[in-house]
Design a protein around this ligand. Structure first.
Ligand code: DC
Length: 677
């Protein structure tokens, strides 16, 4: 999904199955910082691998921590900590849009530079430079930290610096505001143990502390690293004198509870028969967003949860509108705003002023995008109220470089379940922004959703041997974020299985037995047969020749039909072969028939073989191709021909990019989300 300008979701109608969540962002970045500051080695299991953790890892590396991925298991990271001693005195750190990296690193480096000497610059993407950090700066300066704002006062980029031997005024309580972001308090709690030698360090919170559960995560993780912060209510925190980070040796990162919210909502909206099961996080989670389960249940979800799993089905339907103060679950609250599309009445979420200083101004963003779908939205400084659409509208939804906007809004594709007439497709702009916390979000979603095949678009690409349809189809699938079916590979795999077992093309019963047992798996352009990767063998001329013979048998074609149909899944399919448009997907939304001349195709195949170091004559190749064409055209079963409604594409003179652009242009002319734009 990474480089896609947008991803179109067809109307979706159900969901069931199991998902495993990536690690929690909040836990991952806190654990990374603590492991980086601690003495000794920490093995971190199931760390989140995403944009926000990558910038933290880069920062730790730049500061001289050694980081090692354990070969045997990519999910384990070994961190050799600094033991509270700066190893690098000068660095420029780029922290993307990760608040969970910017705030704590700013605090930790400010106190380290002030006492040990050093100079560090912390920057991010332009949006990071619009996210406030002034309250943290104001808390640190009276201690004696030198912090320069390099752009707008109160915002990153920052420079923190100091001389070796400096002392900090840690005797008086350190005061910090708690009502803009709880990350300022978290940053102080993570950093101040570094300067607790002279006595207890007290932090006092001014104003009502928001997002308290995130501070609980901080306290729980500090405890795992040997630091017992004493807390008086939510306004006074004491770090005991002489606190030292001690590595727990190994630590496990739970699945992300905020990411779980999309699948909990999915279960509440679309798990009609079997549940949606979420693994990696459960009732015992230390993440505050787990309280989202109660809010979802209040809206009607049927939730069961164990220590490390959650199962959700649809309960009440339509969902029940709620009024809720979401101060404690600001991130997951966004999911409630989208669930509101499926509720009876108006859902009013308050206590969400912090939405305005997140990845984007989420109140404005959410109001605008839900409005595009037809919902009625009212919003203010710290609330949003959503009434479902009376009439759903197909819409292209902006995501504001905000992962949660993209993930939340994908749930609008279930509009048929809300009775949308007609059901509408939706477009998610810049779907790659989910990489901030959940790089595989859309693949995970598509893995458990159900759609009406008639509503899932297919582009069929048919044509003769060596016409370049495989390359064209793969490029189209990638550009659209759709599944790919290389039906030639299905026939070739059967041919390969037959060749290996000595089955001759005349032995139809044996071929059918092989077809029924064909254990094929595709991943992008790689192919496995019964667990063995067979890509190279599939492309051999001998396999192709055998494929052409077995593919001529009507019974074999029938036996492989269902397997090919199983690729027809949301969000869409590009299928290439000989009979995609005529037989397998006669209802395809767009049919393309390639017609490059045999001479041109022989030339291409020749070039391809030469590049692989295989020496052949063009004349032999041309004869082969013509013979294959004749056999594919003249056979009685599904002969090679263009569907009546196919668009002919002679790509003899076109490069691959031009062919792809042309077909995408044809697709845009038919796509309801593009027409009229
Ligand atoms: O496209 P290809 O060369 O990989 O196809 C291998 C053989 O399979 C080819 O000779 C024709 C046959 N085939 C078919 O009959 N129907 C399809 N949909 C795809 C391939």
């Amino acid at each position: 999904m990474f480089a896609l300008p947008h991803l179109d979701l067809p109307p979706l109608r159900g969901a069931a199955g199991t998902v495993r969540l990536p690690g929690s962002k909040s836990i991952s970045n806190r654990v990374l910082l603590l492991a980086g500051l601690a003495e000794g080695t920490t093995e971190i299991h199931d760390l989140l691998d995403s944009d926000d953790t990558r910038v933290m890892l880069q920062a730790l590396r730049a500061l001289g921590c050694s980081l090692e991925r354990l070969e045997a298991d990519g999910a384990v990271l070994r961190v050799q900590g600094l033991g509270g001693r700066l190893r690098v005195r000068e660095a420029e750190l780029f922290l993307g849009n990760a608040g969970t990296a910017m705030r704590p690193l700013a605090a930790a480096l400010a106190v380290l530079a002030a006492t040990q000497g050093g100079c560090f610059e912390l920057r991010g993407v332009p949006r990071m430079h619009e996210r406030p950090i002034g309250d943290l700066v104001d808390a640190l300066r009276p201690l004696g930290c030198r912090i320069d704002e390099l752009g707008t006062p109160g915002y990153p980029p920052l420079r923190v610096s100091g001389q070796a031997g400096g002392r900090l005024a840690t005797r008086q309580p350190i005061r910090v505001r708690g009502d803009v972001s709880s990350q300022f308090l978290t940053a102080l709690l993570l950093a101040l143990p570094l300067v607790s030698d002279a006595g207890d360090v007290v932090v006092e919170v001014e104003g009502e502390l928001i997002s308290k559960p995130y501070v609980e995560i901080t306290l729980a993780l500090l405890a795992r690293f040997g630091i017992q912060v004493q807390r008086a209510g939510w306004s006074r925190f004491t770090i005991p004198q002489g606190s030292r980070y001690r590595t727990p040796g190994r630590i496990h990162v739970e699945g992300d509870a905020s990411s779980a919210s999309y699948f909990v909502a999915l279960g509440a909206i679309a798990a009609l028969d079997a549940p949606v099961r979420i693994e990696g996080v459960g009732r015992d989670s230390i993440q505050g967003d787990i309280a989202f389960l109660d809010a979802a249940a209040a809206m009607g979800a049927q939730v069961h949860a164990g220590p490390n799993w959650i199962e959700v089905r649809r309960g009440r339907w339509p969902l029940q509108a709620i009024e809720l103060d979401c101060n404690a679950i600001p991130d997951a609250a966004m999911t409630l705003a989208v669930m509101a599309l499926y509720a009876q009445g108006t859902t009013r979420l308050s206590g969400i002023a912090s939405w305005r200083v997140k990845e984007t101004d989420r109140i404005t963003a959410m109001a605008a995008e839900l409005g595009r779908l037809g919902a009625q939205v009212d919003s203010g400084d710290d609330f949003i109220a959503v009434t479902p659409p009376a009439q759903w509208r197909a819409a292209a939804l902006a995501t504001y470089d905000d992962h949660r906007m993209a993930m939340c809004l994908s749930l609008a594709a279930f509009n048929p379940l809300a009775g949308a007439k007609p059901p509408v497709p939706i477009r998610i702009e810049d779907p790659g922004c989910v990489a901030k916390t959940f790089p595989d979000y859309f693949e995970t979603l598509f893995g458990i959703v159900q759609a009406d095949p008639a509503e899932v678009p297919v582009i069929a690409v048919d044509g003769p041997s060596a016409s370049g349809k495989g390359t064209l189809a793969a490029a189209l699938a990638q550009r659209l974020g759709w599944h790919l079916l290389d039906s030639g590979a299905v026939y070739r795999a059967l041919a390969l299985a037959a060749l290996r077992q000595g089955v001759v093309p005349e032995d139809e019963p044996a071929l059918l037995r092989l077809a029924a047992a064909l254990d094929l798996r595709f991943e992008g352009e790689r192919v496995w047969l019964g667990g063995e990767e067979i890509g190279d063998e599939l492309r051999r001329e001998e396999t192709g020749a055998m494929a052409s013979r077995v593919a001529a048998l009507p019974a074999v074609r029938r036996a492989l039909h269902a397997l090919q149909l199983s690729f027809h899944r949301a969000p869409g399919l590009v299928a290439d072969g000989r009979d995609m448009g005529t037989v397998v997907f006669p209802g395809a939304a767009l049919k393309v028939f390639l017609t490059a001349s045999a001479a041109e195709r022989a030339k291409r195949r020749h070039k391809q073989l030469i590049s692989k170091g295989i020496d052949t004559k063009i004349t032999t190749l041309l004869a082969d191709i013509e013979a294959r064409d004749a056999r594919d055209r003249s056979r009685s079963a599904a002969p090679l021909r263009a569907a009546e409604d196919a668009l002919q594409l002679d790509n003899s003179q076109l490069g691959i990019d031009e062919s792809v652009e042309l077909v995408l242009q044809w697709w845009r002319q038919r796509n309801p989300l593009d027409r009229g734009r």
